[in-house]
Design a protein around this ligand. Structure first.
Ligand code: TRP
Length: 451
């Protein structure tokens, strides 16, 4: 067996895991869900879930990886033969996410090009985005370009180079987000948006708030799909696992929060903050941000810089998604790297094109009232991930027992501050909540009841 390389330092580990975690989930997905499902109420629910549920699950996954030194499929099997199927389930999720993630990645390239060529004014128009995604060839072209970037990098194995670049760009992105959010808040009407975004109110609460927040938590922190197990397998024994998890969480949540701050007040400042505007879904970032840039001094340049940074954040995540799929297939079938990359690219193209067409000529095709892209998103985030998370909890809580994880956490310096919280969450609260969430979201989607 080949020797596993290790991250040389704790900060190296945290940055690598955060680099994979921070992506379109934070910048594109979080703001539109927060806008749609209750603003401050969503934010509060998300934060509570992150420090309890997200914390426990991430601890468990990284500990399993570090203990076994294997990625998901092997790790579950090694700890208990009967649970190998969890690894397989974990492998299916990135395969569903990767294609539609790349469709959004294509939209980002399109907006970058729009800004570079100085079409800020046009992009600020309400109809610009919908006209774009409604066409047939163009979004598919950008999608193919995004996939091409990703697969060439994975094929050549040069992701280290990209990671170095993007680690350097990440702080720039954070600074830029602060500037854009700061500017946005000075526009008339933005304060109402700020209040909507940070102030919880009971009337905005619904069952969907919890379901959406939970799905987003998995997605954003790359949980419940085996990625963190893989990362854990590369982590050194003497790095403190608990504080690493805290840092990844703070980083990931901080960026998501800033993205919301940049986009949601803008909905109020530029579009009046109607329920329809807030609830528009996947297009929110692409519709709102050009309006901000268009009204901002040097908006063209800032917008250009912004979209190139988002592109890099998306690219590092998509590389990590594709890399995961490739390594799983190679472990299983022993194909060459090149052949596997080609297969994965073809599958992603086949699955991604319908997601793209679902906003145009195939908009009549819906599943449970969701567009094709939203249906893939729903299937992975609201169905498969809760199922996998549920089994992971049961597996850790009752099969291998929490002690295995606790010992692994303590192996660095003997402490585990969140131990009690971890045990109660993983054995009882998380599995019960997950089942409740799963049942209610499926029922809601099937139209059996409304939550
Ligand atoms: N967490 C990533 C984001 O916020 C998306 C993502 C989901 C991901 N699963 C992943 C990234 C697996 C890398 C690997 O955009």
């Amino acid at each position: 067996m080949s020797q596993r390389s290790n991250f040389s330092s704790k900060i190296g580990f945290v940055l690598a895991a955060a680099g994979s975690a921070v992506g379109l989930g934070n910048l594109w997905r979080f703001p539109y869900l927060a806008a749609k499902y209750g603003g401050g109420t969503f934010l509060l629910v998300y934060l509570i879930l992150a420090v309890t549920f997200g914390f426990s699950l991430m601890i468990a996954e990284i500990a399993i990886g570090r203990k076994t030194g294997l990625s998901a499929i092997g790790a579950f099997k090694k700890l208990d033969k009967r649970f190998g199927f969890l690894g397989v389930l974990a492998a299916i999720i990135p395969i569903i996410i990767f294609p539609y993630y790349s469709v959004i990645g294509g939209w980002v390239i399109k907006y970058f090009v729009t800004f570079v060529t100085g079409n800020v004014q046009a992009a600020a128009d309400d109809a610009y985005f919908n006209n774009f995604i409604g066409t047939t060839g163009e979004p598919i072209g950008w999608f193919c370009l995004f996939i091409a970037f990703t697969s060439i990098i994975v094929l050549l194995g040069v992701e280290k180079g990209i990671e170095t670049v993007s680690k350097f760009m990440m702080p720039v992105l954070v600074v830029l987000t602060v500037i854009i959010a700061g500017y946005g808040l000075t526009v008339d009407g933005a304060v109402d948006g700020l209040i909507y975004y940070v102030k919880p109110s009971m009337e905005n609460f619904s069952g969907m708030t919890v379901i959406a927040a939970m799905g987003q938590l998995f997605y954003s922190m790359s949980l419940a799909m085996g990625i963190m197990i893989t990362y854990g397998s590369y982590m050194k024994k003497d790095n403190n696992l608990e504080s690493s998890v805290r840092q990844i969480e703070v980083f990931d949540t901080g960026i998501a929060f800033m993205a919301g701050l940049m986009i949601i007040p803008a909905v109020f400042a530029f579009s009046g903050g109607t329920a329809e505007q807030l609830g528009q879904g996947p297009g929110l970032m692409f519709v709102m941000l050009p309006k901000v840039f268009n009204s901002m001094p040097m908006g063209g340049a800032i917008g250009t810089l912004f979209f190139i940074l988002v592109f890099f954040a998306a690219l590092t995540s998509s590389i990590s998604l594709m890399e995961t799929i490739v390594s799983i297939l190679r472990d299983k079938f022993h194909w060459s790297r090149k052949f596997t990359c080609i297969i994965v690219t073809v599958i992603a193209l086949i699955m991604g094109i319908p997601s793209s067409l679902g906003f145009g000529i195939w908009s009549d095709i819906t599943f449970l009232n969701l567009s094709i892209l939203d249906a893939f998103d729903f299937l992975s985030n609201s169905i498969l991930m809760p199922i996998l998370a549920f089994f992971t909890c049961i597996f850790v809580g009752f099969v291998i027992k929490p002690k295995v994880v606790i010992d692994e956490v303590k192996s660095s310096d003997g402490t585990f501050k969140g131990e009690k919280l971890f045990v109660v969450m993983i054995k009882w609260i998380a599995p019960i909540c997950l089942i409740a969430i799963l049942v209610s979201s499926v029922g809601n989607a099937m139209g059996w009841w409304t939550i």
